[in-house]
Design a protein around this ligand. Structure first.
Ligand code: HEC
Length: 108
């Protein structure tokens, strides 16, 4: 019978857990919380860039477009892009929220 090799104790390895936790905390610290869309900022953006062509009446089409909130966001993004406004994601979200809260009121 051969004795099983490696009679030594498993060497304790100091896992770099502590270092990892500290690094993680440092990275997490400046992370922004999920910002809520701001319909007031959306209103300003909309009034500045979108009412050149239409009043908000266009959002009260009868019957309304059979769309949902995601689709509304897509339409807003498409208009912003078509007008080469260079809107960021939060700006698109703000205007979508403005139109959602003033006209569309899609279920979330
Ligand atoms: C060049 C003129 C023009 C500009 C600028 C414009 N729109 Fe429009 N928009 C229209 C016209 C015309 C319609 C109606 C016909 C259509 O739906 O394509 C419309 C329709 C829409 C609709 C669908 C309305 C509905 O419920 O039927 C949305 C949403 C919309 N626009 C958002 C925007 C946003 C947001 C901006 C600013 C980034 C914008 N538009 C800028 C001309 C314009």
């Amino acid at each position: 019978m051969r004795s099983r090799g490696g009679g030594g104790r498993a060497r304790r390895r100091a896992l770099p857990v502590v270092a990892g936790v500290i690094a993680g905390a440092a990275l997490a610290a400046p992370a922004r919380g999920a910002e809520m869309p701001d319909p007031q900022r959306g209103r300003l953006l909309y009034e500045n860039h979108c009412v050149v062509c239409h009043t908000s009446k266009v959002h009260r089409r009868v019957p309304p477009l059979p769309i949902d909130l995601g689709e509304l966001r897509r339409i807003v993004a498409a208009w912003a892009q078509g007008q080469k406004l260079g809107w960021s994601e939060p700006e698109i979200a703000d205007v979508t929220e403005y139109l959602q809260s003033t006209h569309y009121r899609f279920p979330r």
